[in-house]
Design a protein around this ligand. Structure first.
Ligand code: HEC
Length: 111
């Protein structure tokens, strides 16, 4: 009996870890960001040419459509103003896979 309970607890633990991983795969998100030169303009917690990811996260975290706002931002290439005052079209990520895009957005929101 005790063994069965222990096995169930263990299984639940594994399932919960799996779920958390499914929500945000930080490694995949960072690899995608690296490949797309995102870190040239963004750092996690300091301003570079663009705002720190934490700043974007703080603003969008509580919004129900935060993930969609970021995915839209990363796929629409709209005009943005850099810290030095110049404007250019924002980088469009080189993937159209919704799962990859959402994972990247969720990772940013988790910061
Ligand atoms: C050439 C510099 C540059 C590069 C490269 C760049 N960004 Fe940005 N990004 C900016 C600037 C500047 C802003 C601020 C836009 C604004 O507030 O109008 C911004 C804004 C953002 C925001 C906030 C959007 C919001 O609605 O607040 C996110 C998220 C973001 N970038 C993610 C990324 C990701 C992911 C990549 C890589 C695919 C990337 N950026 C590449 C300059 C850059």
């Amino acid at each position: 009996m005790a063994k069965a309970v222990a096995a169930t607890v263990l299984l639940l633990g594994v399932a919960a870890t799996g779920l958390a991983r499914a929500q945000v795969d930080a490694e995949a998100a960072q690899a995608l960001a690296k490949r797309n030169d995102c870190f040239k303009c963004h750092a996690i917690d300091k301003t570079k040419k663009g705002p720190a990811y934490k700043r974007a996260a703080a603003r969008l975290k509580t919004k129900p459509d935060g993930v969609e706002v970021i995915v839209d931002h990363l796929t629409s290439g709209r005009l943005v103003e850099l810290e030095d005052g110049t404007t250019e079209k924002h980088k469009v990520v080189d993937t159209t896979d919704p799962a990859e895009l959402k994972n990247l957005a969720r990772w940013i929101l988790s910061l």
